[in-house]
Ligand binder design. Structure first.
Ligand code: SF4
Length: 678
């Protein structure tokens, strides 16, 4: 038996465990008892993280579409077709007719390399990844208010706080080890406020459960801030010495009396007052949030409000406080850090800054780099349907299931001149591709992942990849070489990290020999720096914290006579994202094998629906069939559906209305109708 210490491939909590292998095959998982996050525990997904690795459906050879059918091909043939195809599209339509979609499941090194390939080799800033779908509003909102779009504190701060506000995060299901840490803290006397209109597990342990209307977070948070100011609960010293623009914030929330906030949110005024007193009355209070507030057409405004609430009460820059976005996939933080974003290089250095461009161009040995920011992923589909985008290279993502308005996504992907997908399984997106490149999974390669608390950790190779599948970083470098660029020849990912460190001040001190046993938290500017568990200690990254008042706006689509229900979407405990790995893990799929929709008993009774009935759900964009789950988890008038399932895909229904600043789609609110299938 061999034990290999590595990082869980699922959520951003970033637990580390040992992959146990025997004769070159994975046979199990053992948690790391010394790891500061997992501390000897794992959730059910972590325990089963070996199960999909040797699945018979793993891709083992490149595939090329001939006569309309994907057929096996050699690496030489497939990679030459990728390069000539991308170059042909660029010659015909210009550099920006090509886009690269990077992956929050790939390593930091691979995200950096795909970003470099797009910019240095193909001359386009059209590079983005699925953070666009989950936390781009965090990056925009926290960069504006604090100067850094990452979790301000560490997961261990949950043990040191007096009150936790969890808003828009089903933590026990999506980040289970963080969820159980919250439950432990509550058992030890920490006050818990849960703002979420689903009766999630955390809500059953909360001092206050605020079941506000979907999309009314700005009204709720403005109402809470109104009470804090009106009752003299502001941390005046913090506001005076550490922040700016307070007067504008106070003016903006002045009208949000508890009564007005109650009318907008559907809560009682007393609940809003109680939440304000509990949060502001604590010596140390921390905010944890996730996609329940980011995936809205006003996602950036929601983030501005949580930042303002923390600053108003002096809850930044100390242990047990902070604004803490819980990142979804295991390396979505790293994907952002590595500049797999259309307007930023690694370390959030701006593409628009000529000095930054010049530094990267010199280091990469190219005469110049493109100056105009590229396309966000969520605008790529429209660009393609308008003919501005003709080729898409997708590494380890599955937009056919993860993008909103699936019908539109399919039409656009099918209409591209060239679609290349690099993945471990033939996903729904790969099935539409012209060329499919088989990739190694997390257990078959070296690299680093960065978890939600900015902890950069080593992932290690435990077993060989199947057939001729290759690590993403090797494939990217081979493409660069075939395109005539000689600046991407590395022996191993360690050399890539050295290059990242040399060009990225936040990662300046990150090196493989410093990452054992449990990584380093950025910022880590030089080799002697111990890493940074807490951000914004003496001052904010941008200097003073900036209050950015938010105006309350309704969701883009509201229920009406034709579509009388609000649909909201999310994940379940047993599955991950589009299910490409968890649905191929026998025990996980056995626990949650089918698509379902939660409906309140009152609504079910009115429609004559019983538990497990087949339901037809329709929105303005599409319709799906799924199974009824009659439950008080949801409030009357609201339905909840997970988005993991290709059959009964929630994203056939969702709305592609985008936040104007971050381009995040409004996954959390759309209008639907539902009826029982006879
Ligand atoms: Fe993996 Fe997240 Fe579960 Fe930890 S909590 S084992 S990182 S899925």
């Amino acid at each position: 038996m061999k034990r290999t210490l590595t990082v869980c491939p699922y959520c951003g909590t970033g637990c580390m465990f040992y992959l146990v292998s025997d004769g070159g095959k994975l046979v199990g998982v053992e948690p790391s008892v010394t790891h500061p996050v997992s501390r000897g525990g794992l959730c059910v997904k972590g325990w089963n993280a070996f199960a999909f690795v040797h699945h018979p459906e793993r891709l083992t050879t490149p595939l090329v579409r001939r006569d309309g059918v994907l057929q096996p091909a050699s690496w030489d043939e497939a990679l030459d077709l990728v390069v000539t195809g991308l170059q042909a599209v660029q010659e015909k339509h210009g550099s920006d007719a090509v886009m690269f979609a990077s992956s929050a499941k790939a390593t930091n090194e691979e995200n950096y390399l795909l970003m470099k390939l797009a910019r240095a080799v193909f001359g386009t800033n059209n590079i983005d990844h699925c953070a666009r779908l989950c936390h781009s509003s965090t990056v925009t909102g926290l960069a504006e208010t604090f100067g850094s779009g990452a979790m301000t504190n560490s997961i261990s701060c949950i043990d040191e706080t007096d009150v936790i506000l969890v808003i828009g995060s089903n933590t026990t299901e999506q980040h289970p080890l963080i969820g159980s840490r919250i439950l432990n803290a509550v058992q030890n006397g920490t006050g818990l406020i849960v703002a979420d209109n689903r009766r999630i597990r955390l809500a059953r342990h909360a001092a206050l459960h605020l079941r506000h209307k979907n999309g009314s977070d700005v009204a709720l948070l403005n109402g809470i801030m109104h009470v804090i100011i009106a009752e003299g609960l502001v941390d005046e010293e913090f506001v005076a010495t550490r922040t700016e623009n307070y007067a504008a914030q106070a003016a903006a929330v002045a009208e949000w009396t508890p009564e007005k906030a109650a009318a907008a949110t559907g809560l009682e005024a007393g609940e809003i007052v109680a939440a304000a007193r509990l949060f502001a009355g604590a010596k140390r209070a921390m905010i944890l949030y996730s996609m329940g507030i980011t995936q809205h057409s006003h996602g950036v405004d929601n983030v501005r409000c949580v930042a303002a609430l923390a600053m108003l009460t002096g809850n930044v820059g100390r242990p047990g406080t902070g604004v803490n976005p819980l990142r979804g996939q295991n390396n979505v933080q790293g994907g952002c850090d590595m500049g797999a974003l259309p307007d930023l290089y690694s370390g959030y250095q701006k593409v628009a800054d000529p000095l930054v461009r010049d530094r990267f161009a010199r280091a990469w040995g190219v005469p110049s780099l493109p100056a105009a920011p590229g396309l966000p992923l969520t605008r790529a589909m429209n660009a393609a349907s308008e003919g501005r985008l003709q080729a898409l290279f997708v590494m380890g993502e599955n937009p056919m299931l993860s993008d909103p308005d699936q019908g539109h996504a399919r039409k656009v992907l099918e209409g591209l001149e060239l679609l290349v997908v690099q993945d471990i399984f033939l996903t729904e997106t790969a099935a539409l591709a012209d060329i499919v490149l088989p990739a190694a999974c997390y257990a078959e390669k070296e690299g680093t992942f960065t978890n939600t608390e900015r902890r950069v950790q080593r992932a290690r190779k435990a077993v060989e990849s199947p057939g001729t599948a290759r690590a993403d970083w090797e494939i990217i470098c081979d493409i660069a070489l075939r395109a005539g660029y000689r600046g991407m020849c590395y022996h191993d990912p360690r050399e890539v990290m050295d290059e990242i460190a040399s060009l990225t001040p936040l990662y300046g001190g990150i090196a493989y020999d410093r990452l054992d046993p449990h990584g380093l938290q950025w910022p880590c500017p030089d080799r002697n720096h111990p890493g940074t568990p807490l951000l914004h200690l003496e001052h904010f990254t941008r200097g003073l914290g900036h209050f950015s008042p938010a105006r309350y706006r309704l969701p883009a689509e509201l229920p009406d006579d034709r579509y009388p229900f609000v649909l909201t979407t999310g994940r379940t405990y047993f599955h991950w994202h589009t299910g490409s790995m968890t649905r191929r893990s026998h025990l996980l799929d056995r626990e949650e094998p089918r698509s379902f929709i939660e409906i309140h008993p009152d609504d079910a009774a009115r429609l004559g629906v019983r538990d497990h009935d087949r339901l037809q759900v329709a929105s303005r964009r599409g319709e799906v069939q799924t199974e009824a789950r009659v439950t008080t988890m949801v409030v009357p008038g609201v339905l909840f559906m997970p988005f993991h399932f290709a059959e009964g895909a929630a994203n056939a229904l969702t709305n592609n209305a985008l936040d104007p600043e971050s381009s995040i789609p409004e996954f959390k609110v759309c209008a639907v109708r539902v009826e029982r299938v006879p």
